[in-house]
Ligand binder design. Structure first.
Ligand code: WQD
Length: 339
């Protein structure tokens, strides 16, 4: 079955393309290359054995999206990653985020409306803000978004629910990711941050390889065991497999309408614990300092993944040590093969 993967050359998208092929699907990729490299297509070919079908397309261009749907009428499912996702940038440029993240979603939904397509949406634990109860379950209250980026994820889920209420034949699953990190075991694909990394793990590996002078730990005065804040880090390969599991669930006769799942490990890890795991796994001593807390950071969040385990028939297999070793292997690959 042909599966459309929007944003399929991105960090999570590319790893999901590999897992789709492993599961016997035929991925068709759309990407506008605004936050990815066309070279990832060649990297994917080295892993899956052929170059997947690729269209360079701005999903905000309604005519272009409708032309695509006419060219690819036999798409059986859609995994929609394409969106801007830098929290800090979204605060500075809210309209860029609202325009891109909503126009692209609406255009792709319209282009395949009327077909009983399985639709997997890339959402985020950001919708929970700082949960009142941890671990956070899917029925925890969606809190006022901490950023326009988080708001686009919350509103997108509302759009998807309204589409179902209006009687659409789509079958929709929204996956709320926690913190995706790591890289494929071949070290041929991984996270490709543009400019100075905003996220923790690429900053760690770039510091370890000498691209950055030192890592700043954003605060160690939090109300946590070691004072640094806590997240639910999940290996990006486990995350890719979760999308295949979501497609399989949507394909079942019994699945109707809309549902949402937490995609994490179910355990919290602090920043200082991640650093320790990196040093122990790689043998590389990390140069870091403690700095002030980062505005907008929630103190601690990790997921309750009971629903995903039971209903999605999926759970993570790779631990924080594999996350660190694979991220480090990828950083070393990049040092020899700049993409
Ligand atoms: C993780 C932890 C920082 C950098 C964001 C988005 C989320 C998702 C993932 C898109 C935090 C600390 C970080 C550094 C540090 N993005 N940190 N020094 O903020 O949990 O989540 O990215 O879907 O939606 O909100 O991820 O990797 O930026 O931070 O100490 O140089 O690492 O304070 O505790 P975050 P992150």
């Amino acid at each position: 079955m042909k599966i459309l993967v929007t944003g399929g050359l991105g960090f999570i998208g590319s790893h999901t393309v590999v897992e789709l092929v492993n599961a016997g699907y035929e991925p068709v990729i759309i990407d506008d290359l605004s936050n990815s490299s066309i070279k990832i297509l060649d990297q994917l070919a080295k892993i899956i054995g052929y170059k997947p079908k690729f269209y360079k397309l701005d999903l905000c261009d309604e005519e272009a999206v409708n032309n695509f749907a006419r060219q690819e009428p036999e798409i059986g499912g859609i995994i929609h990653f394409a969106a801007f996702k830098a929290v800090g940038e979204s605060v500075k440029l809210p309209l860029k985020y609202y325009r891109n993240n909503f126009f692209s979603l609406i255009n792709i939904l319209n282009a395949y409306a009327g077909k009983a397509l399985n639709f997997v949406f890339s959402s985020s634990c950001t919708v929970y803000g700082q949960p009142d109860v941890l671990p956070v379950t899917e029925d925890a209250p969606v809190k006022a978004a901490q950023s326009p980026y988080g708001n686009t994820k919350q509103i997108a889920e509302e759009i998807l629910k309204d589409v179902i209420t209006a009687g659409s034949k789509y079958k929709i699953i929204s996956l709320r990711y926690f913190n995706p990190v790591g890289a494929h075991e071949t070290a041929l694909i991984g996270e490709l941050p543009i400019g100075v990394p905003q996220n923790l793990v690429p900053f760690i590996t770039q510091t370890a390889i000498g691209k950055r002078e030192k890592l700043t730990v954003f605060g160690n005065q939090y109300n946590t065991p070691d004072g640094s804040n806590i997240r639910d880090y999940i290996h990006v390969v486990d995350l890719g497999k979760a999308h295949v599991a979501a497609l399989k669930l949507a394909e079942k006769e019994s699945f109707k309408g809309f549902d949402v799942f937490n995609i994490g490990t179910g355990t919290g890890t602090s920043v200082l614990e991640v650093i320790k795991a990196f040093e122990q796994t790689t043998g590389v001593k990390l140069n870091y300092q403690i700095g002030p807390a980062r505005a907008g950071d929630v103190e601690q969040v990790w997921g309750d993944v009971t629903k995903s385990t039971n209903e999605l028939n999926w759970k993570t297999e790779l631990d924080v040590n594999v996350m660190m070793s694979s991220a480090w292997n990828w950083e070393n690959y990049l040092a020899q093969n700049p993409l």
